[in-house]
Design a protein around this ligand. Structure first.
Ligand SMILES: Cc1cc2nc3c(=O)[nH]c(=O)nc-3n(C[C@H](O)[C@H](O)[C@H](O)COP(=O)(O)OP(=O)(O)OC[C@H]3O[C@@H](n4cnc5c(N)ncnc54)[C@H](O)[C@@H]3O)c2cc1C
Length: 659
């Protein structure tokens, strides 16, 4: 019998669903809250906001992160901003419009009701963060300032220079610290969740490794929330922080949580191009730069060839010989088309030989027009730290005057190329953000919820904070309302014993291989396979080849890995080996999903399914569903379970950013 997924979406018209849910939802009796413990794994924006909110509400929270402080979670990397439908610009924005843009941006593969709720609570997030003292940019008159991000024709992105994630995280961290001080949150830094413990079919605790002592510890609770971020580092080179990993999510998947839409991986168009094979990290240049920067390559292939050989400089190419290909192809949205569209267009130009650096894999992001129009001071006010960051990495200052042709001043442009950035797929959750394991919740980037096949810029922070501040604190109560009648589970139970033994055995196995290859060398090779066969352009044949190669490399990992040191004390190589074990599972899952989805949509581009103009060609008749995967053991193909999508408020149509 086919498995049925209950997404628990309330009945009624889309805009009414969240109100309906809140009206009928059960709340935990305040006296009982004191008896209830919740584990929150992760202190990124999603985890920190959830832990602070749950503590504030009276629950006892155990909060873990792998860094030495919550302030160092990957979320601090977020540069450009956070969306909200405040309509401060009076430009026609509304909750409906943010909802519509997000569903369209996700190529009609998101769950409609979830996205509407997200758009609704977006405004509360800004109020909450302003109240915490987050220093959002302001207009001269004191109003909060906005800029535009891809896939939107309005200005709805709130920002704090190019450090929005850091400022938002400092806000969440202050709230979290208040709760730590009040004794409602117990914070465990440098602890990594290694396994989830299931008792009588429910998540009742976790096994975590103290990364400093190397000891395994057991934590019991009434519910477990994972907020452990995305799986972009499966590709080795990505814009994600080096510590990002998918171990917690993959372990939940192995224990029965379904993994949804793993093939929906976002490739961001504006990253500093790869410059050598010794690199372990790629740097993002925020999408906000596309507000004022124009993307181009030369019109003439001869110019491109000269640029590649270093015989010509971009500022020697006059306006009429530049191809602003996004403005040419998508006149309505121009440089602000969504990321999947911009990335593919860059790849198309480079594949045709128009790339502008020595590898042929780069295009220009040029500020000459906006500097001429607004002056360098204004541009520096908007993007100063991004210009400085670019200069520090490449030794080129993008605001430097380089040439004047026919009275037009040309400044040095940035060079950019697409890179792995964000993962829309994640642990499957229902409307309450609960996974297929009762009592296990997933929030932020580690769930699949709201972005469909492509996330719009500045919407990840919105979703993470919506989940943490406004959605989970309501929905988790529906589950916890029953939990106070159960006796607290002891960590001496056999289920904890067994889970801990399993983690220990895995650690011993990895240390015991004693082969010749370092974790990084294997990870790098996995990354090459992922980028080559499961990256921006995928084919059935390539995906099968990629799976074969991953399988072989995993065997090499299992037999020829070398992890120095012991399990006692700090052992970073051991931790990386555990992460890599899980990146192998994840990489294969991405490929299986991509192979099963015989269509192109959003970040998932199957070369066999494209229009004559090279745009993604969806197949709504056969693939209008969330693809959920159930683990079937190492080396076995997971089972696909479908959650059909139902749209009621939005007409499903072909995405159009041309007019
Ligand atoms: C360079 C860059 C710029 C970006 N800019 C923007 C932007 O401008 N706007 C926007 O909306 N989005 C942006 N994003 C995306 C956004 O930053 C992330 O999607 C978001 O911050 C994810 O938040 P999170 O809380 O879900 O996860 P994370 O911030 O990744 O946090 C995960 C947490 O889980 C912990 N953790 C992980 N594994 C374990 C484990 N096993 N045990 C215990 N703890 C664990 C980590 O310690 C960390 O605290 C950007 C991303 C990048 C890479």
């Amino acid at each position: 019998m086919a498995k049925v997924l209950d997404s628990k979406i309330p009945a009624g018209p889309v805009p009414e669903k969240w109100k309906e849910y809140k009206a009928h939802q059960r709340l935990v009796n305040p006296k009982n809250k004191l008896k209830l413990d919740v584990i929150v794994v992760g202190t990124g924006l999603a985890g920190a906001s959830a832990a602070a909110s749950l503590g504030e509400m009276g629950f006892n929270v155990i909060n873990l992160c792998i860094q030495d402080s919550p302030r160092r979670a990957h979320s601090i990397a977020a540069q450009g901003g956070i969306n909200a439908a405040k309509c401060y610009q009076n430009d026609g924005d509304s909750i409906y419009r943010l909802f519509y843009d997000t569903v369209k941006g996700g190529d009609y593969r998101a769950r409609e009701a979830n996205v509407y709720r997200l758009a609704e609570v977006s405004n509360n997030i800004i109020d909450q963060c302003v109240a915490q003292g987050v220093p959002f940019a302001r207009e001269y008159g004191g109003m909060l300032a906005n800029r535009s991000f891809g896939g939107a024709q309005v200005s709805r992105t709130f920002y704090a220079k190019g450090q929005t994630g850091q400022q938002l995280l400092l806000g969440a961290y202050s709230s979290l610290s208040c709760q730590v001080n009040a004794g409602k949150v117990k914070l465990y830094t440098r602890y990594e969740m290694e396994d989830v413990v299931i008792v009588d079919g429910r998540a009742r605790g976790i096994i975590a490794k103290n990364l400093v002592t190397g000891k395994l510890e057991r934590f019991s609770a009434n519910a477990v929330v994972i907020a452990t971020g995305g799986y972009g580092n499966t590709y080795f080179l990505s814009t994600n922080a080096m510590g990002c990993n998918c171990t917690a999510a993959v372990q939940c998947y192995r224990k029965g949580a379904y993994f949804a839409n793993p093939s929906y991986v976002q490739i961001h168009p504006t990253c500093i191009p790869v410059h050598g094979d010794k690199q372990s990290k790629l740097t993002l240049m925020s999408e906000s730069l596309r507000n004022d920067g124009r993307i181009w390559v030369p019109k003439n292939i001869e110019d491109a060839k000269k640029l590649q050989k270093g015989e010509m400089q971009p500022w020697e190419i006059a306006e009429e010989n530049r191809d602003y290909y996004l403005e040419r192809r998508y006149p309505a949205f121009g440089n602000l088309v969504p990321r999947d569209v911009a990335s593919r267009a860059a790849k198309e130009r480079c594949d045709k030989g128009f790339g502008v650096n020595n590898t042929g894999l780069a295009v220009y992001l040029d500020f000459s027009e906006s500097i001429n129009r607004l002056g360098l001071d204004v541009i520096m006010q908007r993007y100063g730290n991004l210009f400085e960051m670019y200069e520090e990495i490449t030794d080129v200052f993008p605001g430097e005057l380089a040439n004047e042709i026919n009275g037009v001043k040309y400044y040095k442009p940035m060079m950019i190329y697409p890179a792995i950035h964000y993962t829309m797929g994640g642990i499957w959750v229902d409307y309450e953000l609960q996974t297929t394991i009762p009592g296990l919740f997933a929030i932020g980037e580690c769930n699949f919820s709201d972005h469909g096949a492509n996330r719009l810029g500045a919407s990840a922070l919105m979703q993470g904070l919506a989940d943490g501040y406004f959605v989970l604190p309501y929905t988790i109560q529906n589950y916890l309302a029953d939990q106070s009648i159960w006796a607290k589970v002891s960590t001496d139970r056999p289920e904890f014993e067994e889970a801990e033994k399993g983690v220990n055995a895995e650690i011993d196995r990895l240390l015991g291989i004693k082969g010749k290859r370092s974790v990084d060398s294997l990870h790098k090779e996995l990354g090459h396979i992922m980028w080559e066969y499961v990256g921006m352009g995928r084919t059935a044949e390539g995906l099968k080849e990629g799976l074969k190669k991953m399988h072989e490399l995993e065997k090499e990992f299992d037999t020829n890995l070398f992890v120095p040191g012991t399990k006692e004390g700090l052992n970073v190589e051991l931790d990386k080996a555990i992460h890599l074990r899980d990146f192998f599972t994840m990489g294969q899952l991405v490929a299986f999903d991509a192979l099963s989805r015989n269509e192109s949509c959003g970040g998932h581009f199957r070369e066999e399914y494209q229009t004559e103009e090279g745009e993604a060609k969806r197949d709504d008749e056969n693939y209008f569903y969330v693809g959920c995967w159930e683990y079937k053991g190492k080396g076995n193909e997971p089972e696909l379970i479908k959650e059909p999508l139902e749209y009621e408020a939005i007409k499903v149509q072909t995405r159009n950013y041309k007019n």
